[in-house]
Structure formats: structure tokens, C-alpha cells
Design a protein around this ligand. Sequence first.
Ligand code: NDP
Length: 313
Amino acid sequence: MNEKVRCLIIGSGPAGYTAAIYASRANLSPVLYEGLQPGGQLTTTTDVENFPGYPSGITGPEMMEDLKKQAERFGTDVRFGMATAADLSSSPYKITIDNEKVIEAETVIISTGATAKYLGIPDEQKYSGSGVSACATCDGFFYRNRKVAVVGGGDTAAEEALYLSNIAEKVYLIIRKDHMRASKIMQERVFANDKIEVLFEHETEGLTGDNVVQGANLIKRRGQPDEEKVHIEIEGFFLAIGHTPNSEIFKPYLETDEVGYIKVVPGTPRTSIPGVFASGDVADPHYRQAVTAAATGCMAAMEAERYLTEKGL
Ligand code: NDP
């Protein structure tokens, strides 16, 4: 027998837990599955200083633990487990957990987040939280008047480089091609900024430093006759080579953009299927902040409550 629930929340970042707080307070008896990385992306950051209400900041893991406690306090059933398959063809929607158990849910809130892409070099792990970051808005502040590098040539990289240029002494923008993919206007802003030095046709070989990042070894024009080794002194190394939204199992049923972000009705968490909502980074290519994720989680729970009331469920 499949388990039946009124509100199933998938994911345990700020979006999932905020949805859980609202859904449990609305008596929807939500069940939340935490996924592979309980607490989500914030558990990999150090201090969160931009979430309103924490004047002295809070560590990412502590904040997620608090959100979890708050969700549980109102009765959310928080469980270990990963959604491994979905059947959204008819209501109640069927979500398979850990390839075994099937949950039949009247409403589903997808808060599975997005995963920042990394280059895949071992030094990224080695210096994780010690100079390597995939979020300039989260961690840029720690590099005031320092030298930093951003990797990537898209709009995110341009945006992160411009953001960091207001904080850091100097920003290297490391781009593997001889041109940027970012929109024209963003490129113009980057080129007009004195603090940003664009390094076209450079790839990162590795990072250097005792315990914390102190430099990066780059290769210029790899494989060409004039290939050159380049070393830059930096203290922060920011990845901005894209994110992968965790939407794979829902793609047969829900509209996504070309990258895989779930499309929602603008200004709402409503997907193309009634009763299925998407909140947080899985549906947000633009803001990707804890506070915006939390806000859309709240909206998703309110929508779920209204949907259930309207259907008399
Ligand atoms: P994109 O996929 O647009 O760009 C990724 C960049 O990273 C590319 O320059 C790519 O290089 C580079 N890259 C990828 N893999 C590697 C690698 N292994 N080594 C080195 N470089 C690598 O991702 P974004 O996150 O920038 O943007 C995603 C979407 O969000 C886009 O549609 C963008 O327009 C949008 N966006 C819009 C914003 C705005 O309007 N203000 C702000 C931020 C994002 P290459 O070009 O060689 O493939």
C-alpha cells in the first residue's frame, strides 16, 4: 500500500523548510524528504550574513538546523530520503523515495534546489570554504580589499565580477574562450571596470596556498605553440560556470527552460500542473538567495493550502 499524504515537500533548503513551516501551521500535515544534502547548499557555506534577522550572522549549517527545528515544532514529518522518480500524470501524484517507497501526494512542493557547477579539479575540494566559493553575494564580503578571481564568461560570471569589484581590490575574470558568452551590456560593464582584468583563453590548473587560497596556476592558450603558464596571487576563487537545477525526474511532466529550471507562472510558485509547486533555486535562475528561496517556499505552502481547500481535500 502506498502512503498517502496531503502535502509532500521535496528538499530541505530554505525553500523546503519554509514551505514546511507554513504547511504544518496550516494543518496540511506535510511530509518533507531531505534529499542527498540535508540542509541544501547553505550547509556548504560558512557565515550567512545577509539573511534578515541575524545581525551578527549565523553559520549556514546552524541556520538550516534552526529552520528544521522550526518546521518540526509545528508537526512537519522530516525524513531522510531522496525522491528518485516521479509520476505527475494524474492526481494524486506519485513520488518514489529511494527507489522503493511510493508516496501519493495531493500536493507536491518541489524545492530540490540547484547545484553549482565546479571545474572538477581536486583543489576545489581542498580549499572548499577556505577561499573557494560558488557564490559571490554570499562570500564576497570576506574579500574586502583583497585580490580575487572569478571563473566563467556568462552573465553570472560578469555579474559576480562586477559585484566583487565593489568590494575587492582587484578581480581577475578567467575565461576559457577568446570571448565572453555574457550579454553585450554585461560585457560592456565588465570591460569598463578598472578593477576587473579579463584573462581570455585561460584555464585553471590548480590553486596554491597553505590551508587557504593564496594563488592560482593558470594555463594560457593551452595546446597552442605559444602556450604559457601564468600564476596569479588571489585569496578568493569564485566559480561562476553555471548551476544545474535538480529537476531531472520532473522534466517529463513539467515545463523547464533550456537549462532545466522549472517554469512557474511569473510571481507565483505554480507549475504547469495544478497542485504541483516549485520553490527556491530549482525554479529561480536569477536570484538564488536563501531569503528569496524562503519567500517562494512560503508562497508554495499557501498555494497548496488554497488548492486543497478548493478541491475539498
Ligand atoms: P552560462 O551557461 O551562461 O555560462 C557559463 C560560463 O561558464 C560560460 O562562459 C562557459 O564557458 C563557462 N564554463 C562552463 N564550464 C566551464 C569549465 N569547465 N571551465 C571554464 N569555464 C566554463 O551560465 P550562467 O550561470 O552565467 O547563466 C545561466 C543563465 O542565467 C543564462 O541564460 C544567463 O543569461 C542567465 N543569467 C542572467 C542574468 C541577468 O540577466 N542579469 C544574471 C545571471 C544569469 P563557454 O562560454 O566556453 O561555454
